[in-house]
Design a protein around this ligand. Structure first.
Ligand SMILES: [Zn+2]
Length: 304
């Protein structure tokens, strides 16, 4: 069984507190992983705010799980309080990840802008987000990023084409079942896509049939395919903080089942691109997640 851990870092707090804890745990367990960091401002308060667009949102926010899941500062970031930079606030944490052998890639610039407004910002807006994100990465690590993971698993034709022109080793923008080449407007793009294959914890946590940590762990063990690459996206602000203990238990259970942990860059290096299926990128929805996500569509039959 092969598992690639894709760790998305969406917030200032997730990078400051969640990432060091996750890195320490994974290192002591001898587990490889890939981190994708949002390079721009933390406007996550706005993402939480969109759930409460009507009046009285603050009262609702404090009554619901938003504060306990994200913390007060994150909930207000970019709303009542100014947004803080994510990656540029903690360059030493990012350099430390690389020094310890973890993979580090780009998870967009302004996560909330990308996720909520990707289709509104146009080609120029997409390019700005990408340029700012890759520039920040280069400023911190002194080398270009070789990969990109779309915020919120949302992409569109402009983003797919702009990223393809960057000549990355791979991207991980979508949900799907196995690596593929993206087909956009009838053309097969050069950059392979390595999709997330498993549901995220926040999609699963509300389920009535998964009432405790043991049930959630068994659920994930049951979903992992023994003969395929399992790509699991976790979040620094969730599995690296409140859920660290149960995530550690999942890692140990996977090790007991002799899972091999690989980084996505290793997966990309060994892939034979010519053998990958060519698939459209479609829009879909997932149980437990609000709004649309980009997903691997059916494989295109090559013309005779
Ligand atoms: Zn994210």
């Amino acid at each position: 069984m092969e598992v690639a851990l894709k760790i998305d870092v969406d917030t200032h707090q997730g990078l400051e507190l969640g990432v060091p804890r996750l890195a320490a745990m994974l290192e002591s367990e001898g587990v490889a992983a890939s981190f994708y960091v949002s390079m721009g401002p933390d406007n996550s308060g706005r993402a939480i705010l969109r759930v409460f667009r009507n009046r009285g949102f603050l009262a609702k926010m404090f009554r619901t799980k938003a504060v306990s899941m994200y913390g007060t500062r994150t909930v207000l970031s970019g709303t009542l309080l100014p947004s803080r930079p994510i990656a540029l606030s903690f360059p030493e944490i990012i350099r430390d990840l690389k020094a310890r052998g973890f993979e580090v890639g780009v998870h967009g610039y302004d996560h909330v802008r990308w996720q909520d407004h990707l289709d509104d910002i146009g080609e120029a807006g997409v390019r700005n987000e990408l340029e700012d994100a890759f520039e920040a990465y280069r400023a911190i690590l002194g080398e270009p990023s070789r990969s990109f993971a779309a915020p919120g698993w949302r992409t569109n034709n402009e983003a797919l084409i702009a990223l393809d022109a960057m000549g990355l080793d791979y991207r991980s923008d979508t949900r799907g079942i196995a690596p593929y080449q993206c087909v956009v407007e009838g053309q097969v793009l050069a950059t392979p896509e390595i999709p997330t294959t498993l549901p995220t914890l926040d999609e699963v946590m509300g389920r009535r049939d998964l009432s405790d940590d043991d049930a959630v762990r068994e659920f994930y063990l049951g979903l992992c395919k023994p003969d395929a690459l399992n790509v699991h996206t976790i979040h620094a602000e969730t599995e690296g903080m409140g859920q660290l203990e149960s995530f550690t238990a999942l890692i140990r259970a996977l090790k007991e089942r002799e899972a091999t942990f690989v980084q996505l860059r290793e997966v990309s290096r060994r892939m034979n691109r010519a053998e990958l299926p060519a698939c459209e990128v479609i829009r879909s929805t997932l149980p437990g997640r609000a709004g649309w996500i980009s997903a691997q569509g059916p494989a295109r039959v090559p013309p005779e």
